[in-house]
Design a protein around this ligand. Structure first.
Ligand SMILES: *Cc1c(COP(=O)(O)O)cnc(C)c1O
Length: 408
């Protein structure tokens, strides 16, 4: 197969103009940034956004800004996120906590309405924090965890879940896009299968949000959580988001009863009375400062259009696989992501036993993918900030480092 030159793909890319909106996108010291799926680049406006926040809402508005804006932001930013990237109607998303903490809260909330059931389904290939939180809750409450195993280069399919669902299943916890292989799970069919068995469905959206359209309401999802520092470029430690379907909000009880999720935080009352709606899933003071950069990225995604973002994401991962087949597979590497773009998110993983040391050498040269055990390089492609030229330079550098170590 002949590879289309990167220059040609970049010239024809309708989203190419967005790259200059990011800090140092053309800094020659960063030869190829292929890890936007772990930490998105900052937007150029983020510096200004933060400086004016310090000077204005915080510096001059002072405590008054809580009333003027900040109290509402976990929900107003959540609503905008829901609209731009989650296919969710208003009033179902909060921005708060970390993904890990929200997973804990939402899993416990899900279990609160399935108290007669004692099993949780998750897969062994899920991200560690998801498995650890499920294991911890299971240990705390004497539940059984049903572990699914999926093929290395793909992920969990609806029939895998159906095979272990029973009248004992309280909740199914899966990643929509697998962090290692990039496999896209079938959200609609899997959720339907869980519901048919009377279980609730929770999706982790860390690797989906901002990379492709997600339809939480249309898929009848119960619960979802994700982070905002990957394809939403919120910055290191930016808060997570949690989705609770409006259908369930009344019945669910979350485990961390804090004053900020109470019906009237400033009543300073003797007892916890949960707020109405999605607000009751908030616990303590929201991370307002850390949710500012995210606002601009949501507007950028809205401007570009998520369908266009997905279209470029597919073009980038197709090109990554073509380059891997041409340059890396002949050196003994294997592609560990789905080859069907309909089943693939916005990164491509390639395995080779030498990739741990190759990755370390690449970082020294400003070529920045990441390494995932036991032997995978993940090539993360963030559609609004990654160019085809950057991808090509990156894969060529991987090949160069690999060749230097495999030449007889
Ligand atoms: C990145 C990621 C997380 C991160 O959890 P934090 O609490 O934000 O550190 C969790 N789950 C998945 C699937 C991820 O990809």
């Amino acid at each position: 197969m002949t590879i289309v030159p990167a220059s040609k793909l970049d010239a024809a890319d309708p989203l190419a103009r967005f790259r200059s909106r990011f800090v140092a996108a053309d800094d020659p010291a960063v030869v190829a940034y292929l890890d936007g799926n772990s930490l998105g680049r900052p937007l150029a406006v983020t510096g200004e956004r933060l400086a004016s926040f310090v000077d204005g809402a915080w510096g001059r508005g002072l405590i008054r800004s809580w009333d003027a804006a900040w109290m509402a932001e976990p929900v107003t930013v959540g609503d905008r996120l829901a609209e731009v990237a989650l296919g969710a109607a208003p009033g179902q998303v909060i921005v708060a906590d970390s993904t890990t903490v929200l997973l804990y809260k939402l899993i416990r909330a899900g279990l609160s309405v399935r108290g007669d059931r004692d099993e949780v389904i998750i897969d062994r290939g899920n991200f560690p924090t998801d498995r650890f939180v499920v294991d911890g809750i299971a240990a705390e409450f004497g539940l059984t965890v049903r572990y699914l195993s999926a093929p290395h280069a793909s992920g969990v399919r609806p029939e895998d879940v159906t095979a272990v669902l029973s009248e004992r299943t309280a909740l199914v916890v899966l990643s929509h896009i697998a962090y290692r292989s990039g496999f896209i799970a079938d959200m609609a069919a899997t959720t339907r299968a869980a519901h048919d068995a009377g279980a609730l469905m929770l999706w982790d959206l860390c690797h989906s949000v901002g990379a492709l359209p997600v339809e939480l309401d249309a898929c009848d999802v119960d619960l979802a959580a994700g982070c905002t520092y990957k394809y939403l470029n919120g910055g290191p430690g930016s808060p997570a988001f949690g989705y609770v379907s409006a259908r369930l909000q009344e019945q669910l009880r979350q485990p961390i009863w804090g004053w900020m999720g109470a019906s009237d935080p400033f009543a300073m009352g003797p007892q916890y009375e949960p707020a109405a709606g999605i607000r009751k899933f908030i616990s303590g003071t929201p991370p307002v400062l850390a949710m500012q950069p995210l606002k601009d990225m949501l507007e950028l995604i809205a401007e570009a259009g998520l369908d266009e973002v997905r279209r470029k994401s597919v073009a980038l991962t197709e090109q990554a696989i073509a380059l891997a087949d041409e340059l890396l597979v002949p050196l003994g590497a294997t592609v560990a992501s789905p080859r069907d773009p309909a089943e693939r998110g916005s990164h491509v993983t390639v395995d080779h036993p030498l990739f741990a040391e190759v990755t370390a050498a690449l970082w020294e040269q400003g070529v920045i993918p990441d390494f995932r055990p036991p032997d995978g390089i993940r090539i993360g492609l963030s559609p609004l900030s990654t160019s085809f030229a950057e991808l090509e330079r990156g894969v060529e550098a991987i090949a160069r480092e690999l060749r230097a170590r495999t030449a007889a």
